[in-house]
Design a protein around this ligand. Structure first.
Ligand code: SAH
Length: 423
């Protein structure tokens, strides 16, 4: 984030014309000095295509079970060895040939490194919550940096995974969005975050253990990146997560895909017939504000994304979550809570719940979280209108590991370079 220009301090909160009632403060991204990056045609800059970079090495987790067999044969061994290696990787979370004593010693090393090339190098980890939260900083094969956040809760363990290095969606209040898109992550790079987390848990590295065979139970695609902008790779990763026979065997319901609102991709996701949990980052119920706050709103408007979200519920029966970062004087007005409730109720009852999240600070950002009383009022209005609403406070703020805070800083780059030099 260090390469973004400094923004003015949050002193000049002005009343502007957009407010619905006299005396109501209406902060907008632009009035606070934020400049929306534009493309050549003057539309908000969005990066959908991944910049061309060297592809990460192909890994077993990128392949279907059939393709894994083919790959093993190419490496000169019998096809059934693929299942053995897959079991080591997906069930014992190891990529170390020395631990795979059921494989013939001759050619083992070549087979295993051929199928399970190293994808993530740990640069650093930060811990908080007495060890119950760990933020991992990973270096990818080409030097790109990504993060994942592992969180222990009573009865469940959640991993927040990245799906892209950086993000092309350019949301002003999100540190990742402001850093731009480096590249899409491969399916195996996504999966390996889980495998590495499971390994850390098995080694007793995540707080106090509740039982001996713990592992990650919940996945949220709320790390770096816009998962639906990397659709095919994310979906292959999801299928691998839920595959009981040849993958991680996780529950689909425990996997949350969170999107800024790519409507066509939401409709496609609904047709996949996988009962994932779906979350929409709405943040404003009116296009006037959402156009500025969520640049992708220039393509797909509030009503269209809400219709797509409702469609997701109809197809899957899964209750949709609406995420709403509460930003002081920007989107936290009582009338916006009412408008949000109206728009959700207009599409039926019982299909949706709302998760307001007080804005987490990001480097150089000029916006603040809403005041406590304002947060409470926002939640109350939605609940009173019959929309189940719970305020969510995100974990990991102290280590910049909370929603919207994941970005590789200059210091991270420095550490990664030093680690690479000594490796
Ligand atoms: N690109 C996806 C997933 C990544 S962000 C998406 O937008 O949904 C995960 C969640 O964190 C999103 O709801 C996002 O809007 C929210 N978020 C981003 N910046 C934030 C911030 N500074 N404070 C609180 N939440 C934030």
């Amino acid at each position: 984030m260090t390469d973004t220009p400094a923004r003015p301090a949050n002193t000049a909160i002005r009343s502007t014309g957009g407010a619905k009632a006299a005396g109501v403060r209406q902060v907008r991204p632009q009035t606070e000095g934020w400049q929306q990056a534009k493309d050549e045609s003057g539309r908000p800059l969005l990066q959908f295509a991944s910049p061309k970079r060297g592809k990460p090495p192909v890994h077993l987790a990128d392949l279907t079970p059939e393709a894994r067999v083919e790959r093993v044969k190419e490496l000169g061994l019998q096809g059934f060895r693929a299942k053995q290696v897959a079991k080591h990787y997906f069930q014992h979370w190891t990529s170390d040939p020395a631990e795979m004593t059921d494989l013939p010693a001759a050619g083992r090393e070549e087979l295993v490194t051929g199928l399970l090339p190293n994808l993530l190098t740990e640069v650093r980890r930060l811990e908080t919550d007495k060890g119950d939260t760990i933020k991992f900083l990973w270096r990818l094969h080409d030097g790109a940096l990504v993060e994942s956040v592992l969180m222990r809760y009573p009865g469940r363990i959640t991993l927040c995974v990245s799906s892209q290095a950086g993000c092309g969606m350019n949301c002003p209040f999100c540190a990742t969005g402001q850093a731009g898109l480096t590249r899409n992550m491969s399916s195996a790079e996504i999966i390996d975050q889980i495998v590495r987390a499971n390994r850390a848990i098995a080694n007793g590295e995540l707080g106090r253990r509740e039982h001996p065979d713990e592992r990650v139970t919940n996945i949220v695609f709320m790390g770096m990146g816009e998962p639906l902008a990397n659709y095919a790779r994310v979906m292959h990763a999801v299928r691998t997560m839920v595959d009981k026979k040849d993958g991680l065997g996780m529950s689909a319901r425990g996997i949350t895909v969170s999107t800024v609102g790519l409507a066509p991709a939401i409709r496609k996701l609904a047709d996949e017939d996988i009962p994932l949990t779906f979350a929409l980052s709405l943040h404003a119920p009116d296009d006037e504000l959402r156009d500025e706050l969520i640049p992708v709103n220039s393509r797909w408007k509030v009503d269209e994304v809400l219709d797509a979200a409702r469609g997701y519920y109809e197809k899957t029966g899964r209750r949709v979550s609406i995420e709403y970062a509460l930003i002081r004087d920007m989107n936290d007005h009582p009338w916006r809570a009412d408008l949000l409730a109206d728009k959700l109720n207009a599409r039926g009852r019982g299909w949706v719940h709302v998760n307001p999240i007080p804005l987490n600070p990001t480097p150089g950002s000029v916006w603040d979280a809403s005041e406590r009383a304002v947060q409470r009022e926002f939640v109350r209005r939605l609940n009173d209108a019959g929309i189940p609403t719970t305020l969510r406070d995100t974990r990991g703020k102290e280590i910049d590991g909370a929603c919207g805070q994941l970005v590789a800083t200059e210091e991270d780059q420095q550490q990664a370079a030093e680690a690479a030099a000594t490796a």
